[in-house]
Design a binder for this molecule. Structure first.
Ligand SMILES: NC(=O)c1ccc[n+]([C@@H]2O[C@H](COP(=O)([O-])OP(=O)(O)OC[C@H]3O[C@@H](n4cnc5c(N)ncnc54)[C@H](O)[C@@H]3O)[C@@H](O)[C@H]2O)c1
Length: 250
């Protein structure tokens, strides 16, 4: 049987790297995509069966070139994980248009571009797309005007993809992580934010990268063959409850 393949964007570290490792354990070949060349090559150095490719997912020309190379090398594409993302938190009044555009460019334009470009190959294999949103796309909160709005867009974009590509056998689902201890979270979560998350999360902790990767890999697998258009919060229960008020804790 031909080896199954996957593209993972933002694969140099964090959730993308954990997803790459899990796909490899399951016997897939993985195209690791990232715009941080040094981090990408360092991450790929010790891994077999990977194709590291430097690409900024917000740039249509780079995405075209990257998808062409992956297709040439792999000959088939079974899964696309749109994971590359950036966070930039700030009040609405202090968010510049440049900051807004930079977040939208990676978080939303990137998902659109990679998915549109990969669609013919995914249709051929009846493959799967998993887009990484965030609980910030499910619930509004302060300081996340750009980030939260971009992730809400990712959720709707996923549903559009499921609606249009379902008849061709392509599934599209969305994973909405809660807070996970990665460089991205470290950059924007102050000690106060960390404490507040602990209060609001029934499991009372941040997630780890592998816990998000497990769900992504499941949604890409045949075990999820009748699941499409869904948003799965992998968030320790944050989205589902209101127990987080400190005064309501025993
Ligand atoms: N860590 C969290 O708490 C958390 C919570 C919810 C959602 N998420 C989402 O999960 C995804 C992964 O986050 P993470 O915490 O692993 O982040 P991270 O910052 O550790 O890793 C993100 C990777 O994406 C790459 N990247 C960023 N912009 C890119 C671009 N335009 N083109 C190509 N590569 C690019 C970075 O170089 C980096 O290697 C993101 O979409 C993020 O929004 C993370």
């Amino acid at each position: 049987m031909t080896e199954k393949t996957a593209i993972v964007t933002g694969a140099a570290r964090g959730i993308g790297l954990a997803t790459t490792q899990l796909f490899l354990e399951e016997g897939r070949r993985v195209a690791m995509i990232d715009r941080d060349a040094d981090a990408l090559l360092a991450a790929a150095r010790d891994l077999d069966n990977v194709l590291p490719m430097v690409c900024d997912v917000s740039d249509p020309n780079q995405v075209d070139r990257m998808l062409g190379e992956v297709q040439k090398e792999f000959k088939r594409l079974d899964a696309l994980v749109n994971n590359a993302g950036v966070a930039d938190f700030g009040p609405i009044g202090e968010t510049s248009f440049e900051q807004w555009r930079a977040v939208m460019a990676t978080n939303l334009d990137g998902v659109f571009l990679c998915s549109q470009g990969a669609a013919p190959a995914l249709i051929e294999s009846k493959g799967a797309i998993v887009n990484i949103a965030s609980i910030s796309g499910l619930r509004a909160s302060t300081l996340r005007v750009a980030y939260g709005t971009s992730k809400a867009g990712v959720i709707h974009l996923t549903q559009q993809q499921a609606a249009e590509w379902g008849e061709f056998g392509v599934r599209a689902n969305c994973v909405a992580p809660g807070p996970v201890d990665t460089k991205l979270a470290l950059a924007v979560h102050t000690p106060e934010i960390r404490a507040a998350y602990h209060d609001a999360i029934p499991l009372n902790r941040y997630g780890v990268e592998r816990e998000i990767a497990e769900v992504i890999v499941f949604l890409c697998s045949d075990k999820a063959s009748y699941v499409t258009g869904q948003v799965l919060a992998v968030d320790g229960g944050f989205e589902s409850t209101g127990v987080g008020l400190p005064a309501l804790r025993t």
